[in-house]
Ligand binder design. Structure first.
Ligand SMILES: Cc1cc2nc3c(=O)[nH]c(=O)nc-3n(C[C@H](O)[C@H](O)[C@H](O)COP(=O)(O)O)c2cc1C
Length: 260
């Protein structure tokens, strides 16, 4: 049992611990990190269509919650930019930007809640089949509601299948290679650490659950399916999206597609 103790303690709130003596960077008066990661401004950007609620076929919330399932049987049909735009908005869409932290920074209010408004995630997309887009890795820019084309990826399906579990899980992971789009959420841990120090990790893992649940429900609304993935080869996914695995790394993955 002892070997589990630290991990069990990790799930508890640390607010009342006597050893909670840290001073966070926020408390030190250090300005917060930016709400979006800085990127190379020469990367190609793709405008996303404005989200139009008429895309939702099942607007009944009860229906979406009651039908939610993990679904792996995607149709061999490309996703439209309108559908993608809706799913990105539902999972990370920015509703409002408000000055915060004694005007040293901003909070983005989004379609998903986040402890302290830290919104510590970036959304990468492994795009296999989206109308008008080249196969490859893209990054969502929530403030501008745009996509950035990070790099092309010829062997994308094979790389996704491999990253699911390596050589021994190739058959089990075939469905993932068939997904038209795979969401790859990375975490930028300093966004949480800046405010919550060593307690940030628990809050950030709680937050990513909100993001994926919105994806599940949004998919139900447009006749799509999603399937979350939390067990994968860390290095393989970090390499696929080209993050360093230290200051940014993949924390959760979900395939999406319209259904058979
Ligand atoms: C946190 C989490 C992690 C998951 N990880 C995986 C995974 O690594 N591979 C996979 O095929 N499915 C994964 N799933 C999908 C679950 O296996 C699925 O949710 C479960 O079988 C229950 O089915 P339901 O979502 O339709 O209720 C995951 C789901 C969640 C919520």
């Amino acid at each position: 049992m002892d070997s589990f103790d630290n991990n069990r303690a990790f799930m508890k709130s640390g607010c009342d611990l006597p050893e909670r003596e840290y001073v966070s960077d926020q408390e030190k008066g250090i300005a917060p990190p930016p709400v979006e990661k800085p990127i190379d401004s020469s990367l190609k950007t793709i405008e996303l269509p404005k989200v139009d609620k008429s895309i939702v076929k099942h607007s009944d919330l009860y229906h979406c919650i009651d039908n939610r399932r993990s679904r792996r049987n995607y149709k061999d049909v490309s996703v439209t930019l309108e559908e993608l735009s809706f799913l990105l908005w539902a999972t990370q869409g920015v509703q409002k930007i408000v000055p915060a932290y004694k005007k040293t920074g901003f909070i983005t209010q989004r379609t998903v809640p986040s402890g302290g408004g830290r919104q510590a995630f970036e959304t990468y997309l492994a795009i296999n089949a989206v109308e008008g887009l080249e196969k490859g890795i893209y990054l969502y820019r929530p403030v501008e509601h745009k996509l950035v084309f990070c790099h092309p990826e010829e062997e994308l399906a094979q790389k996704l299948i491999y990253a699911y579990g390596g050589e021994n899980y190739q058959d089990e992971a075939r469905w993932l290679g068939k997904a038209p789009v795979v969401f790859l959420w990375t975490c930028i841990p300093y966004r949480g650490e800046w405010r919550y120090n060593c307690e940030a990790y628990r809050v950030m893992l709680l937050d990513i659950g909100h993001v994926c649940q919105n994806l599940y429900l949004a998919c139900e609304g447009i006749g799509f399916g999603a399937c979350a993935i939390a067990g994968y080869l860390q290095i393989a996914f970090d390499e696929l999206v080209r993050v360093d695995g230290q200051d940014e790394y993949v924390v959760y993955v979900s395939a999406v597609g319209s259904l058979e």
